[in-house]
Design a protein around this ligand. Structure first.
Ligand SMILES: [Zn+2]
Ligand SMILES: [Zn+2]
Length: 307
């Protein structure tokens, strides 16, 4: 990309004769370039966010859990811990999602990244292009990075295209500039097409409120897997990533809703009865009492998400 910048900067002043056009090209180019670098920087250097301390096992719980050999009792210890936490998703077999390596109860949408060796809130994927985990803390920056890269490549391809036609139809003047224009157009279009697919895919994911991991494997709730479990409508899905203040949407500053630990759930009944499906297995108290407790938990979550 940087080579593209150099070539373009070298190329434009000699190719363009109109100084107004020249100034306009360079101004627009630099505005896009600044945003492109800014979002890339933020995607790379924003560290992935780990779950809060309250999701980690206490020393006493850890001892109890490790000394226990019966898996069903281990499940019960985790269920007891999870009762105090706003977790609604489960493993495929209905157990509380627990990370052995980090020794914590995974918040909803949190996954362990083996590259980063930590649990990452609302993990999307580990991106080799930015050498960072894309998750709750930097998903907005990553999306903007894709958008500005796309814009950057589109601008280069569009401005170079007419010179490409000119060089290849008119009589040959300078062999080297012909090669520059060809190279520039080819690289810009190559990146443009790949980015278009990736950005389009992520736009679709945002509209559905899914992470890349959730698109491959649907989150499991007490009622079973539900790929649309976190989708609360197009506008609200968008606001979860970009925030409510529209003036911040295009800038790589943190404006996502919530703290990454809990997310509104699509069905009200799901939010009200987070542990219902596994209640019989885990609840020692009466069904009614347990249901009431969970209802209160669900209510506090929705209040938390609205503020
Ligand atoms: Zn972990
Ligand atoms: Zn990672």
């Amino acid at each position: 990309m940087y080579s593209l910048l150099l070539v373009l900067l070298l190329k434009l002043p000699v190719t363009l004769t109109n100084s107004v056009e020249k100034a306009a090209y360079l101004t627009v180019f630099h505005i896009i370039f600044v945003f492109f670098v800014w979002t890339y920087w933020k995607s790379i250097f924003t560290p992935p966010q780990q779950p809060d301390k309250k999701f980690h096992m206490s020393y006493a719980d850890k001892e109890r859990y490790e000394n226990e050999e019966r898996p069903e009792v281990q499940r019960q210890i985790l269920a007891e811990m999870a009762r105090k936490l706003p977790v609604y998703t489960r493993t495929g077999n209905g157990a509380i999602r627990f990370c052995d390596r980090c020794q914590l109860i995974k918040p909803d949408r949190c996954h362990h990244c083996s590259v980063c060796a930590m649990c990452v809130l609302k993990m999307d994927h580990h991106c080799p292009w930015v050498n960072n985990c894309i998750g709750f803390s930097n998903y907005k920056f990553f999306l903007l990075f894709l958008a500005y890269s796309l814009l950057y490549c589109t601008f280069i391809a569009a401005t170079v295209f007419k010179y490409f036609i000119k060089y290849w139809t008119a009589e040959p003047t300078n062999g080297r500039s012909r090669f520059h224009v060809l190279f520039l157009l080819f690289v810009a279009i190559m990146f443009l097409v790949s980015l278009l697919f990736l950005f389009g895919y992520h736009c679709w994911l945002v509209s559905q409120n899914r992470s890349t991991l959730e698109a491959f494997s649907a989150p499991v709730f007490s009622s079973g897997p539900d790929k649309n479990g976190f989708s609360v409508g197009f506008v609200k899905n968008l606001q979860q990533v970009f925030g409510e203040e529209k003036r911040l949407w295009l800038f790589p500053v943190m404006s996502s809703q919530g703290d990454g630990h809990c997310f509104p759930i699509r069905t009200q009944s799901e939010a009200q009865n987070p542990l219902l499906a596994n209640e019989e297995q885990w609840e020692e108290d009466g069904t009614e009492e347990g249901g009431q407790h969970n209802y209160q938990q669900g209510t506090s979550l929705s209040i938390e998400m609205e503020t």
